[in-house]
Ligand binder design. Structure first.
Ligand SMILES: Nc1nc2c(ncn2[C@@H]2O[C@H](COP(=O)(O)OP(=O)(O)OP(=O)(O)O)[C@@H](O)[C@H]2O)c(=O)[nH]1
Ligand SMILES: [Mg+2]
Length: 425
C-alpha cells in the first residue's frame, strides 16, 4: 500500500506507533484505531521531494489478502487519506517535476507493454531518451528565435545576406533533426501499438485458413462452403517483437442473403482501418483487377496467392510498381515465413538501436505539426517575407514540440492521459 501527501508523516505515526526513519526499511506492526495489530511487515518512508511523487510517501508491505488490505485501507482513510485516482501517483510526480510527460506516459507503456521489445523501448523513454531529443530540438529553436528576435529589436540592422544564410543553415539542420526524431517516433509507435493487418479476398480463397496458420491455432471456422466467415475475427500475433492485430473478414462478393450482406459490409469497414491489406486469391479464380481497384487506395496492399500446393498453373498478373506479391499454401505452411518477414518489414522497425524509444500517436501528431511549422518558416525565409513571420512560425513549432514533454500541454489533455493509467500507478 502506498500513501502520498502532506499528512503522510502523521498517518505513519498513527499506524506504526512511531515515525520510521526516511529511506530505511523498518519491520513494524500495522495498527488499527484501537492499537490492535492488523498485520505486520516492512514500512518505508520517503520524505519529499526525494520520493516518486515528490511528496512524503509511505509504503507498507504486508502479507496482503483482501480482508487485511481492506482493514489497512480503512485505517488510512480514517486518518484522512483518500483513494488515488487512476494514474494519480504518476500525475503528482509529473506536477512536482519528477518526470516530464513523456516519461509519465512511458511508465504506463512499460506496465502495459505487450512485447519484450515494447518494454525495452518504454524503459528507454522512461530513462529520458525521447525527452532529451525533444528538449534538444526546443533548445535549438529557442536559440534560433533569440537570434531572430534580436534582429527584430534593431530593424535598422536589417538581416544581411550573411546572417540570412546562417539562419537558413540552422533552420535546415533543425528540420533534418526533427524529421529524424519523427521517423524514430514512428517506429516507436509501431512497436507500442503494432500493425493492423486485414485479410481480405473473394469467398473460399483460404483467408480463414491463413489466419489459423499464422496464429497457429484453430481460431476461425474453415469449410469448403463459400461464405463461411461472416463476423470480423481479431487475433493478436507477435512477429519478432512486433505486435500484430490480424483480422479475418467475410469473403467479398455480391451477397444475396442478409447475414452475409452484413458480413461483407463489415469486411469493407475493416479495410479502411488497416495498416496493411493482405489480398488473398487462389486458382482457378485468379486475381480480379476490378475488385482490387475497389479497395481503399491509401492503404498498402500485398497480393497473396494461396493454395500453391494444388500445383495449378498460375500467372502473376501485371501490377503497379511496388506491389508485393507472395505465393503460399495455408494448408502446408509453405511460404508462410516469407509472409511473416514481409509483414514485419512493413512496420519498418528493423535496426532499432540504443537511441530508440517508445512513442504514442499524440507524439507523432505534435512532431508533424512542429515539422510543418518549420517547413513554413523555411519557405517564409526563402520568399523574404520578413523575420517577424519566421519568428512566429518558429514559436508555433516550439509549442508543438513542447506539448510532447508537457511544457505547453492543455489541462484536458493531461486529464485524458492520466485517466488511462491503472489505479495505484
Ligand atoms: N489445397 C488447399 N486448400 C486450402 C488452402 N487454404 C484453404 N484451403 C481450403 O479452401 C477452403 C476454404 O477455406 P477458408 O479458409 O474457409 O476460406 P475463406 O477465404 O475463409 O472463405 P470464406 O470465409 O467463405 O470467405 C477450405 O476447404 C480449405 O480447406 C491451401 O493452402 N491449400
Ligand atoms: Mg473465412
Amino acid at each position: 500500500m502506498r500513501v502520498s501527501g502532506p499528512a503522510v508523516a502523521d498517518i505513519a505515526n498513527a499506524i506504526l506507533a512511531r515515525r520510521p526513519k526516511p529511506r530505511r526499511a523498518s519491520f513494524c506492526a500495522f495498527r488499527d484505531g484501537a492499537g490492535t495489530a492488523i498485520d505486520q511487515g516492512i514500512a518505508l518512508f520517503f520524505r519529499g521531494p526525494r520520493s516518486f511523487t515528490g511528496e512524503d510517501v509511505l509504503e507498507l508491505q504486508g502479507h496482503g489478502g483482501p480482508v487485511v488490505m481492506d482493514l489497512l485501507l480503512s485505517r488510512c482513510l480514517e486518518l484522512g487519506a483518500r483513494l488515488a485516482r487512476p494514474g494519480e501517483f504518476t500525475q503528482r510526480a509529473y506536477l512536482n517535476g519528477k518526470l516530464d510527460l513523456v516519461q509519465a506516459e512511458a511508465t504506463a507503456d512499460l506496465i502495459t507493454s505487450s512485447t519484450a521489445l515494447a518494454a525495452r523501448l518504454a524503459m528507454r523513454s522512461l530513462q529520458g531518451v525521447f525527452s532529451q531529443r525533444i528538449r534538444r530540438l526546443v533548445d535549438e529553436l529557442i536559440g534560433l528565435r533569440t537570434a531572430l528576435e534580436a534582429t527584430l529589436d534593431f530593424p535598422e540592422e536589417a538581416i544581411d545576406s550573411q546572417s540570412n544564410i546562417r539562419l537558413r543553415h540552422a533552420l535546415d539542420a533543425l528540420v533534418e533533426g526533427a524529421a529524424r526524431v519523427l521517423s524514430q517516433a514512428c517506429q516507436g509507435e509501431r512497436v507500442r501499438d503494432g500493425l493492423t493487418v486485414v485479410i481480405a479476398g473473394r469467398p473460399n480463397v483460404g483467408k480463414s485458413s491463413l489466419l489459423n496458420a499464422l496464429v497457429e491455432y484453430d481460431a476461425a471456422i474453415v469449410t469448403p462452403i463459400p461464405g463461411t466467415t461472416r463476423d470480423v475475427l481479431r487475433c493478436d500475433l507477435q512477429i519478432d517483437g512486433l505486435p500484430v492485430k490480424l483480422i479475418d473478414t467475410a469473403g467479398l462478393r455480391e451477397a444475396l442473403e442478409p447475414v452475409e450482406q452484413e458480413g461483407v459490409r463489415r469486411a469493407r469497414g475493416q479495410l479502411e482501418l488497416a495498416d496493411l491489406i493482405l489480398w488473398v486469391y487462389d486458382q482457378p479464380h485468379g486475381l480480379d483487377r476490378d475488385e482490387l481497384a475497389a479497395l481503399p487506395t491509401s492503404i498498402p496492399i500485398t497480393l497473396v496467392q494461396n493454395k500453391i500446393d494444388l500445383g495449378l498453373l498460375t500467372h502473376t498478373p501485371l501490377m503497379p510498381d511496388g506491389t508485393v506479391s507472395l505465393r503460399l499454401s495455408a494448408l502446408t505452411g509453405e511460404g508462410l515465413e516469407e509472409l511473416r518477414r514481409h509483414i514485419k518489414s512493413r512496420a519498418h522497425i528493423d535496426g532499432l538501436g540504443e537511441g530508440s524509444f517508445v512513442a504514442r500517436r499524440r507524439h507523432l501528431d505534435a512532431l508533424r505539426r512542429g515539422l510543418s511549422a518549420l517547413h513554413a518558416a523555411r519557405s517564409t525565409l526563402e520568399v523574404g517575407l520578413g523575420p517577424e513571420v519566421v519568428a512566429l512560425e518558429l514559436l508555433e513549432a516550439q509549442h508543438a514540440f513542447g506539448e510532447i514533454t508537457g511544457e505547453f500541454t492543455p489541462e484536458d489533455l493531461l486529464g485524458r492521459i492520466f485517466s488511462s493509467f491503472c489505479i495505484g500507478k
